[in-house]
Write a protein that binds this ligand. Structure first.
Ligand code: AMP
Length: 600
């Protein structure tokens, strides 16, 4: 791949003047900060548990509960009705200890998996941190997932415990409980003392639980978190993260999010997404700051009110949400006092330069884009608080992170010369974004899929699957995915998962799924369907198929649009060419079609 892109942005660089910043940024001098950074120094800012042991929950909660911040609000919940409830570090330590005791009583062992299927409710934080405290592994799921993705992930992850709500249990799990023999306990957070058959009541368990004592003395390399992510083909992958990831959560909270102890921080990520754990739970607590948690979904008026009334200083959100705010109009923002806000960061999808500039106009601050993925466990590339922003760029690598652009050949494979991966040196040349392994939050495997994990590393680099370019000043620019995976409203969606589900409908012969551009969601899922003989394309069947997919996959994953086609483009070996479907949909050149099956 040798495409050359312009190395300058058509947008004016937003120059940050450190003297004008309300708080001195933690990373004032980028080059100096990177040169002197050592992961071991960052480890020394943490407590540890003696003997080289470390536990994320101890660092995030108990350390502060035992110190000067014990009465400081760790979390501040904004309920659906707007009521606000603070939970101090001391209270969070007690609650998470109780949950850890519950797991002990339920005979959940170290390293066993505890899943959550919850929205942003207090029990989520108790369960996540209590699980880590006990030395078990926490695995969050999206509550918007339908029964199929939920079952598949519980099965692949060998879930022993699931914490969820009564409604979600009845809708997603109850009917397929017998398909999940490993799932020993389902804990319902809202069954008010009357759990469904085969489930346990969270409140009752917590009331009777004894204090736990200190967190389990886990080793740095013990598994702590399991996050499922999607690939182009095959089953979802369970990315394994270890307790030492806390070192990276701490460093990135300090440098990319610029957290200072008196900050009021708000991360709007869904709890099912890796961001919801790394930066919705762990990183802010490590820095002892107060985290706002809003139970409700996105609503412009509500969000501006929360920013203003809670005096949010650091806000971590996502492009889809920002585009929705932008659509609602900059004047809506101006009706609120957002003067406490000092840093707005965004992640998860490409952030249009227009949105960065809109931030400046509507919020009085540009949006600081940053980049990472489930596998990296933490932010890898960022626009730092002190740094000039080039709208459209993801920024520069974090201290301790070595990034590069790897050259790709015509078959989209990394170019290897004399056993070495060839790195792109010329500014603006597109290749695959790669990272030098060794940072603490790097995934340590895909659960039970050694081969799939191994393939991510070539010639001493971790290949991210994203295409990017670097400019002459070391800023990275996102170009696109190197595979067919779809990003819709921040959700990473594997086309194969959607195709497999639609294939179960009796009318469907073949299906190809792609992402098509959408103004707000970035991309939405579109399925091209070839019908079986005897079935006629119609609006009724179109709606039926969308409903069928929604019921199984959930609204976040199911296709938004379906188009019936007489024949899908396939290679001679029968593989559906999603790349060609996409090119045709977007009116782009079809590229090399030499492997195309005749007549397609
Ligand atoms: P996930 O593992 O679900 O967090 O998705 C990670 C993927 O989201 C990355 O590999 C990128 O394709 C995309 N992504 C994350 N952050 C950004 C960003 N700042 N700009 C563009 N794409 C991003």
């Amino acid at each position: 791949m040798t495409a050359i892109m312009p190395t300058t942005s058509p947008w004016t660089v937003i120059v940050k003047n450190p003297a004008r910043l309300t708080v001195t940024p933690n990373l004032l001098d980028y080059d100096g900060g990177c040169a002197s950074f050592r992961w071991d120094d960052e480890r020394r800012t943490l407590d540890g548990l003696g003997g080289g042991r470390v536990n994320i929950a101890h660092e995030a909660v108990d350390r502060h509960a035992a110190g000067a911040r014990s009465a400081h609000d760790a979390l501040r919940f904004v309920g659906r009705d707007g009521t606000v409830r603070g939970v101090t570090f001391a209270e969070l330590s007690d609650a998470t200890g109780r949950f850890a005791s519950v797991l002990r009583v339920l005979d959940v062992g170290r390293g066993e998996r505890v899943f959550s299927l919850l929205g942003r409710v207090p029990a989520l934080y108790t369960a996540a941190l209590g699980t880590l405290k006990h030395g078990a592994v926490f695995c969050p799921l999206f509550s918007a997932f339908g029964p199929e993705p939920v079952r598949q992930r519980l099965e692949l992850g060998g879930g022993k415990v699931l914490v969820t709500t009564r409604a979600l249990y009845l809708k997603r799990i109850a009917h397929q409980r017998s398909d999940l023999p490993e799932l020993r306990h389902v804990i319902l957070i809202d069954s008010a003392g009357r759990p469904e058959p085969g489930t346990l009541d969270f409140e009752t368990l917590m009331r009777h639980a004894a204090p736990y004592g200190s967190a389990a003395a886990t080793r740095p390399e013990d598994m702590a978190l399991l996050h499922f992510t999607s690939g182009t083909t095959g089953r979802p992958k369970g990315a394994v993260h270890v307790h030492d990831a806390v070192t990276a959560h701490s460093a990135t909270g300090r440098y990319a999010l610029d957290l200072h102890p008196e900050d009021v921080y708000w991360c709007t990520a869904d709890p099912g997404w890796v961001t919801g754990t790394s930066y919705g739970i762990i990183a802010p607590l490590l820095h002892g700051v107060t985290t706002i948690v809003d139970e409700e979904e996105m609503d412009p008026e509500r969000w501006y009110r929360i920013l203003a009334e809670q005096h949010v200083t650091v806000w971590y959100t996502a492009p889809t949400a920002l585009r929705m705010l932008m659509k609602a109009g900059a004047e809506r923002a101006k009706l609120h006092d957002l003067s406490a806000l000092r840093l707005v960061a965004s992640v998860g999808e490409p952030l249009n330069p227009e949105v960065v500039v809109w931030g400046q106009e509507a919020l009085g601050l540009p949006i600081h884009d940053n980049w990472w993925q489930t596998e990296t466990g933490g932010i890898m590339i960022a626009n730092f608080a002190s740094m000039d922003i080039r709208p459209g760029s993801m920024g520069r690598p974090l201290p301790g992170i070595e990034a590069a652009i790897v050259a790709r050949d015509e078959d989209a494979q990394p170019v290897i010369r004399d056993g070495e991966v060839e790195l792109v040196v010329d500014p603006g040349v597109v290749g695959e974004l790669a990272l030098r392994p060794g940072w603490p939050s790097m995934f340590r495997g895909y659960l039970n899929e050694e081969e799939r994990y191994r393939k991510c590393f070539v010639g001493g680099w971790y290949l991210t699957g994203d295409l990017a370019r670097k400019d002459a000043d070391g800023y990275y620019w996102f170009v696109g995915r190197g595979d067919d995976v779809i990003k819709s409203s921040g959700h990473l969606i594997g086309p194969f998962e959607v195709e497999s589900s639609l294939m179960e409908h009796p009318a469907v012969a073949e299906v190809g799924v792609i992402g098509v551009p959408d103004d707000v969601a970035g991309e939405v899922v579109k399925a091209f369907v070839e019908l079986k003989p005897g079935f006629e394309a119609s609006d009724v069947l179109n709606r039926e198929l969308i409903g069928f997919a929604r019921k199984r996959l959930g609204t976040a994953v199911a296709p938004r649009r379906i188009e019936f086609v007489a024949a899908l483009p396939r290679t001679r070996s029968g593989k559906i060419l999603r790349r060609l479907l996409k090119a045709r949909e977007l009116g782009l050149p079809e590229g090399d079609t030499s492997t195309l099956e005749a007549g397609r």
